[in-house]
Design a protein around this ligand. Structure first.
Ligand SMILES: [Zn+2]
Length: 86
């Protein structure tokens, strides 16, 4: 293979665990859809469905406003890999 894919799983994690509501206070769940610099991961990489991606986007934006998730990260504070706990 010429190109190695970083994200193998293409199914929606939230559909699999039957999540109907994503809480903005639940940063552990939101972390799965955030990049190492706390940007929202695009759907083409995470494999989330449209419905859940919209819910995540709203929850993350609320969470940022409530200062639970940073808007920006300095170079030193970058966490290694948000997906390693999976
Ligand atoms: Zn879904």
């Amino acid at each position: 293979m010429a190109e190695k894919r970083k994200y193998k799983k293409r199914y929606c994690k939230y559909c699999e665990s039957k999540v109907d509501f994503i809480d903005y206070k639940d940063t552990g769940t939101l972390k799965f859809s955030l990049s190492e610099r706390y940007k929202i991961m695009p759907r083409r990489l995470t494999g989330n469905c449209k419905r859940h991606q919209d819910m995540i986007t709203i929850a993350i934006k609320r969470s940022r406003a409530a200062a639970l998730i940073p808007y920006t990260v300095t170079r030193k504070a970058v966490i290694t890999n948000p997906f390693e706990g999976l």
